[in-house]
Design a protein around this ligand. Sequence first.
Ligand SMILES: [Fe+2]
Length: 494
Amino acid sequence: MLNNQKQRRILIVDDDELIRENLRLVLEAQGWEPFDATDGYRALEILYKYPIDIMLLDVNMPGLGGLEVLKMVRQAGYRVPVILMTGYPSIDLSVEALRNGATDFLVKPFTMEQLKNTLENVMRREEKEQSEQKLTKPLVRLLKQKIREQTILFTISDRLTGCRSLSELYQEILNLALHFTSSHKGVLYLADLSRSVLLPTVWEGQEGPPPEFRLEYRDNPIVKASLENMPYLSCRDSRSFLVVPFSVRGEFLGSLVLERSKAFDQEDLFVCTLIVERASPLVENFILYESIFLNLHDSLRALVKALEAKDPYTKEHSERVTSLALELARFIGLSETEIESLRFAGHLHDIGKVGIQDHILLKPGKLTKEEYEVIKRHPLIGAEIVGHISLLKEEVLIIKHHHERWDGRGYPDLLQGEEIPFLARILAVADTYDAMTSERPYRPPLPHNVALEEIRRNAGLQFDPQVVEAFLDLWSQKQKGESFHGDYVSGVVA
Ligand SMILES: [Fe+2]
């Protein structure tokens, strides 16, 4: 049987030259290509140089014995089958040999027939093992692929569900797609059906906003892929593109577009599809939540406007205060999240006045001490009203504390200094400035410069001195007609 096979290489390791020579002759006759070594070191040299199929190893050799050579062979990482040859077999030797990775034994003296049978048995077992490995390799590969997919899926779900707003979610979709495809350039387009365009919403890897695409330009591959809701892969002039459209409940929402120099493949497409599929229900929830939230905000804002309209002296007060507070917040360089909180709280900061009786609220003359105490309840009533809306903790605190004073003599909680929420300190300055520059039944509006001087005088008393400093700088720049967006840097934010 061995004669019919491709010539295989056998390594004989024995210190006895006569035995080596005899075995070489017999094995050559049986169709093997024999190599021989007098000790373990030479055996390792041959294993290093030639792909040996099987090894015959004498147990009793001077210097390194067969078991020690076997250990060295295995420690060097060779999986070659090893048949030990010994004239003194014992149970202990067998156990030790098997533990060290021996494959079989030949007890000296052995016949040529015994040698042939042992070699055939070992090679048969080896072939069987190799064919089994061939079968299990694709399974192992499949298993590794599944583990990778599960890891990706977990990361995607974990990162997406951690998002707290729609804009954060859109940014995270793009970040994940760039990360898992090792791309550095990408855009998330959203469809604006009222204008019939694909609008770049978040992007990475380029300066300035990417171009819009009109939806009627169907020749454009991004538009075509989006409208047909079919992913698109292309590689041209060493630039590769991947377009993955995504929809919410079957309604097209937008497309993820990635670019890199190396061609995208099916795995990149799979990962990006996974990301947009996982993100889709979250996007839907946020859209729903934000529309409910905006409706609610609009309704409460309308209530405040109606309240203020009852009194000609406070008409549009909250709108003006909000607009000035936002200007100051942008000037200081606050984040979009902080600006949005301030916008919400600014519009509604006096909503608690719905709980104050009209004869006090609209009283044309000076208020009595008792009446003033009633008015002072409006921040708490406002916080109570808005506090029923979950996820608005920051905004509730701004409403509750917009009448606190830096020196601790305000209301309702007598907070002082940095105990007062920072956005409430900004709102307080804008609120007071608008109150001073608006007409009152008992006085005309104060001129702008007088109001500014009054605010300056109250820095460190009624107001945060750093907010006052920023407010005065803002007006100074406004008067100079300079651009003042986001160029103010001071310790105010810190
Ligand atoms: Fe107020």
